[in-house]
Design a binder for this molecule. Structure first.
Ligand code: NAP
Length: 241
């Protein structure tokens, strides 16, 4: 077994594909979900029936106490994860002038606060072990900024800054910290967007798939990526270069 991989927001979309891919790579996967207990449990059953190993772990990434209550006993029982993928994320889109404090805070607390709570809960064990991979799922919106997504762009740019700084802090412990920044990926998050119209702005002319993000995560988690840290890997069809 390659070790343990924790994937947040793995009940659906990109996180689900990442969890499946890391399970296929040989990791025991801790499949985090927020509301989608049934989806997370069905994913674990799918992984197990394919010969892998997985457990569903429910917590709201934005709630530090809930994160610690869920992860501390698991870490105590199984050890800290070898790979932590901070994927859970939400959007609350709208023009900045109309953005409520709740729309601002919920996006920052989930997308950026979630990274803080989850990484912090796992880090001590990883530091002690002197190995590991931390991977955050940001967005092209965090690299380029997107009108109508000031809150989301701030949270995703914040992840990039946090990962670059953390990469420098913990490189001496042989833990790498990298970011995958997707463009438009076919999941529930973009199901209401005008796909054909938006695909025209993508040089490769299409939306990406969750499996294409999972492949990038799999690479960054692998031994071969051991000399890569503090980097942002855009998987965006050329939308932002
Ligand atoms: P999605 O289909 O909407 O799925 C979001 C996932 O995050 C779900 O599994 C959801 O879990 C989980 N989640 C949300 N809030 C949570 C919370 N507070 N605690 C725990 N889990 C929570 O979205 P997606 O497209 O797969 O996006 C995954 C990540 O990629 C996000 O960070 C997103 O910002 C980023 N991204 C997506 C795109 C895109 O085009 N799709 C582009 C760039 C970046 P439950 O359903 O169980 O609550």
């Amino acid at each position: 077994m390659a070790g343990i991989a924790l994937v947040t927001g793995a009940s659906r979309g990109i996180g689900r594909a990442v969890a499946k891919r890391l399970a296929a790579d040989g990791y025991r996967v801790w499949v985090n979900y927020g509301r989608g207990k049934a989806e997370a449990e069905s994913l674990c059953a799918e992984i197990e029936s394919a010969g892998g190993s997985a457990i569903a772990v429910g917590f709201n990434v934005a709630d530090g106490e809930a994160v610690r209550d869920a992860l501390e006993p698991l870490i105590e029982a199984e050890g800290a994860p070898d790979v932590v993928v901070s994927n859970a994320g939400i959007t609350r889109d709208g023009l900045f002038a109309m953005t409520s404090e709740e729309e601002w805070s919920s996006v920052i607390d989930t997308n950026l606060g979630g990274f803080y709570h989850v990484t912090k809960a796992c880090l001590r064990g990883m530091l002690r072990r002197r190995s590991g991979r931390i991977i955050a799922i940001s967005s092209v919106s965090g690299q380029a900024g997107n009108a109508g997504q000031v809150n989301y762009s701030a949270s995703k740019a914040g992840l990039i800054g946090a990962c670059k700084a953390l990469a420098k802090e913990i490189a001496s412990r042989k833990i790498t910290v990298n970011v995958v920044a997707p463009g438009f990926i076919e999941t529930d998050m973009v199901k209401d967007l005008p796909k054909e119209e938006l695909a025209k702005a993508v040089p490769l002319g299409r939306f990406g798939t969750a499996d294409e993000i999972a492949a990038a995560v799999s690479f960054l988690a692998s031994e071969q990526a051991g000399y890569i840290t503090g980097q942002v890997l855009g998987v965006n069809g050329g939308m932002y270069i």
